[in-house]
Design a protein around this ligand. Structure first.
Ligand code: FNR
Length: 186
């Protein structure tokens, strides 16, 4: 049976570069893998009262169940103020609770950060890495994926241009598959 990898982009923006990257990465799934885009649009900001008072929003239930079925993750994060956009951190927080029932635990992951700027989302990448360490997601170390000038990477129709960025992403996806196979079921 195929292994299912969640592609989780940290932006709600319609024309988001991270969402376009998610689609490009989805199309690179090798045989034996299903890359599934996980949507974050419906998730209310996390409030622990929802869990404590058994008033869990239906979108949380759907999201937690969806992530529970996944075997691993590729996080595609933009950078907001040198950190992770709230929408992505919120999704991590929702999936991590109730206490002891985290849906992230032990599944391999990778971080692809991006920005129209020159630094490629380095700050977001490493802040996200910090949370993933705590969530016990073994995160691919090499290659590090900081995608700079991402606004130049797409065609008008939103598909990724042929060229160095696409080739590098392909290499990173290949490396993630190796990482995944080494770290699954650990
Ligand atoms: C940004 N942007 C940005 N870029 C960057 O390289 N470093 C940063 O710290 C920030 N900070 C930041 C804060 C906020 C609130 C916004 C809205 C934007 C610019 C950001 O990279 C750009 O808007 C991207 O296009 C956002 O990603 P998506 O939506 O295209 O995936």
């Amino acid at each position: 049976m195929s292994k299912v990898i969640g592609i989780i982009a940290g932006s709600l923006r319609k024309e988001s570069f991270s969402k376009k990257l998610a689609k490009a990465v989805q199309d690179m799934a090798p045989e034996g893998f299903d890359f599934k885009i996980i949507r974050l649009d419906e998730l209310l900001v996390y409030n622990q009262d929802f869990d404590d008072n058994n008033e869990v929003p239906p979108a949380y239930v759907t999201f937690r169940n969806e992530v529970k079925q996944l075997d691993g993750f590729i996080f595609i994060t933009p950078e907001y103020n040198r950190s992770v956009p709230a929408v992505l951190k919120n999704a991590l927080d929702i999936g991590s609770r109730p206490y002891g029932k985290s849906v992230w635990d032990g599944k391999p992951g990778a971080i692809f950060s991006n920005s129209p700027g020159a630094v490629g989302g380095f700050g977001a990448n490493h802040h996200l890495r910090q949370s993933l360490v705590f969530l016990n997601i073994p995160v691919m170390q090499q290659p590090e994926v900081y995608l700079a000038k991402i606004n130049d990477a797409f065609e008008e129709n939103g598909s990724i241009k042929e060229g160095a960025t696409k080739e590098f992403i392909k290499k990173a996806v290949d490396a993630f598959i190796v990482w995944f196979n080494q770290n699954k079921n650990k």
